[in-house]
Design a protein around this ligand. Structure first.
Ligand code: ACO
Length: 386
């Protein structure tokens, strides 16, 4: 057994993947062979999912068939609706409701059950498609119940992104909002072996099924160290916008020893490449909106904060991370603040599912070892003598 322990598995290569490459020093992200910038600007979310599942872009005919296949799988069963209604009535947070909804996704359908003895998922790719299709419906159904509104029927004529916005609001979204959301969905769909992806791969490595793996991944994404905090970023930006004094805000926070939300990253030592893509997407969106001056505040705040952080921590480069512009972009397309992290899952379920299929292609049970640090010389004391 090794002499050293590595509690966070930092720097440990646990898998070979063809899905994405995260270069933290150069600030570059490649997804399915394409630089993020190219994919986010051009792809539909359906094309990004196809790319991850098949390892190449679809032809026009393949894309049409793929879109139709996904759209046909969007409905959730009455049983899942009941779980979500109950979660909403109980005031469960959105990520808890999503976890319950995904876990319940096998209720009330007629899929073949995994064989009781082996537990092997009979149709992992089929489950991948189904999960990508239903996560937006689960999030939106919960949200409608939370607002005392009846959930809506998914619209197969709308794209994946447009249908999600429609299910939330009941209105057909504008092309600008759809493009804004699609930019976001393409940007966060895949990012190496992060905590939730590793969780999903670990679950399927036992030859368990994808519904179990994605349920576990949602649980991992929920934590504040991972699913992040774009909600608090939005609150901060709205406050700064109202008060009109970014310098004063930043100075007060840093002097109080607080962290600025939306800055710093464990892997990136430069500006997170996803921030640039989301910033461009948000800029396009806000240029056409009545809230354009809010986006000016956001940009001004970034530059003030980066300068102040460089002065505050000269030895540690603290740049903008993905959460900063996520907040501005999702707010701009009309996603409610409470649904920012579930909307991350709406996208990332594509990456999780692709990783599960990749793991199953050449599976090896994930089973690290621990180093024992407990007692070794105890002798048994009967209960009456303790
Ligand atoms: N504002 C002010 N100071 C900061 C910030 C920040 N945003 N981030 C790091 N620092 C400081 C720390 O206080 C620490 O200072 P110290 O050495 O005097 O204690 C130093 O920089 C190094 O910080 P670490 O905690 O070692 O950095 P780590 O790599 O562990 O943390 C993290 C990365 C968690 C993202 C951190 O930068 C942070 O808390 N940022 C703010 C919250 C945030 O934006 N979260 C979303 C992250 S994006 C995502 O996860 C998808």
């Amino acid at each position: 057994m090794g002499e050293t322990t590595n509690p966070g598995l930092e720097g440990v290569i646990v898998a070979e993947t063809e899905l994405s490459d995260v270069d933290g020093e150069a600030g570059e992200l490649i997804i399915g062979g394409y630089p993020l910038e190219e994919l986010a600007a051009n792809a539909s979310y359906e094309e990004s999912v196809f790319l991850l599942l098949e390892g190449r872009l679809p032809t026009a005919d393949e894309l049409e068939a793929f879109r139709a296949d996904l759209a046909a799988r969007r409905r959730i069963t009455e049983e899942v609706q009941q779980v979500l209604r109950r979660a909403a009535e109980d005031g469960a947070p959105a990520m808890d409701a999503l976890r319950m909804g995904v876990a319940a996704a096998s209720l009330g359908d007629d899929r073949d059950e995994p064989e009781a003895t082996s537990g092997i998922d009979p149709e992992p790719r089929d489950d991948a498609m189904r999960l990508v299709a239903v996560v937006p419906t689960i999030v939106a159904t919960y949200w409608r119940y939370r607002r005392d509104e009846e959930p809506l029927e998914p619209r197969p004529d709308l794209s994946h992104a447009a249908n999600y916005l429609y299910l939330l609001t009941g209105e057909e979204p504008t092309p600008a909002d759809v493009r804004g959301l699609e930019t976001y969905l393409n940007t966060v769909i895949e990012h190496g072996v992060n905590a939730s992806t590793f969780t999903a791969r670990t679950v399927v490595s036992t030859e368990s099924d994808l519904i179990s793996a994605i349920t576990a991944a949602v649980g991992a994404l929920k934590g504040p160290l991972h699913g992040g905090a774009p909600g608090p970023v939005l609150e901060m930006l709205r406050e700064v916008h109202e008060e009109g004094d970014p310098e004063g805000y930043v100075r007060a926070k840093l002097e109080a020893g607080e962290r600025l939300m939306g800055f710093g990253h464990r892997v990136y030592r430069v500006r997170d490449p996803r921030a640039a893509v989301l910033s461009n997407g948000a800029e396009r969106l806000y240029a056409q909106s009545a809230d354009a001056d809010f986006f000016e505040t956001v940009q001004a705040f970034e530059s003030v904060a980066v300068d102040a952080l460089a002065e505050h921590k000269p030895d540690r480069r603290l740049e903008t991370n993905v959460e900063f512009y996520t907040a501005a972009l999702l707010d701009g397309v009309g996603v409610p603040r409470e649904l920012f992290t579930p909307t991350f899952a709406v996208s990332r379920v594509g990456g999780w599912s692709a990783h599960c299929l990749e793991q199953l292609e050449d599976n090896r049970l994930v089973r690290p070892v621990s180093r024992y640090a407990g007692e070794t010389d105890r002798t048994w004391t009967p209960v009456g003598e303790r």
